[in-house]
Design a protein around this ligand. Sequence first.
Ligand code: COA
Length: 224
Amino acid sequence: VMELVIRRYRPSDKDTVRRLFSNGIREHIGPCFQNAMTSPLHLTIILSLGVVGYLLGSLFTALLLSAAWVGLIYCCSYDLFARYVAAKLKTDMQDIDGSYLSRPDDCFWVAEAEVDGATQVIGMVAVLCIESGNEKHGELFRMSISPKSRRMGLGRRLTQTVIDFCKERGFSKVVLETTSTQMAAVDLYKKLGFKLVLTHTEAYSPSWVLALVQVTILKMEKLL
Ligand SMILES: CC(C)(COP(=O)(O)OP(=O)(O)OC[C@H]1O[C@@H](n2cnc3c(N)ncnc32)[C@H](O)[C@@H]1OP(=O)(O)O)[C@@H](O)C(=O)NCCC(=O)NCCS
């Protein structure tokens, strides 16, 4: 059994949590691309471009047009996740103390455990208090577990940490956003009682990028 400690973020964790966040989001580029490529829409487009290219030009034209479409889909998958990471590394993840630890109703936690004989940060999560009128709720951010430490209940424990923190403060609910590509996360949140409340396509990338890769942003919430 792994000895696990969930504690507040410290400035010395900065490089590790930035890496954990970045890798945890960028790992979705591949699955997003694969998912789009196996959709009937893109298979049809690639086949059609191939046929048109062959009829109007040659086998080379056919391959070129099909490859260009595959390339476009890859670029969209890349853009969607990489642009988000780049934006966050320059803002809240640049000043974690200022963004998450300067008010008593916000927090940033790391999960620390002994791995290969050394104490390492293997997970993280954050919450921000959102106030509207006299209603307060929490928004969960930055959930990420190191790939080697997954499926051991750590994501569940960190989500519960956020829920408990919000309950203690009398918040009305916990909300969060994820994407339709992040199936492990969606499953985790559903298991902990979060419900899908709406889907949209407003992201850091233009909405046609999300449309091409057939990804939606999912807003979920758990009433407390
Ligand atoms: C999502 C993530 C945090 C889950 O962490 P984890 O520690 O592996 O989660 P847990 O072990 O607590 O799993 C809890 C439940 O989540 C679901 N789940 C977790 N990983 C899953 C997977 N790969 N596929 C399907 N369901 C999964 C399961 O329902 C699981 O319950 P079970 O193990 O009893 O079946 C982790 O996969 C991760 O860091 N992903 C990359 C970053 C990311 O997408 N973060 C979410 C940002 S919104």
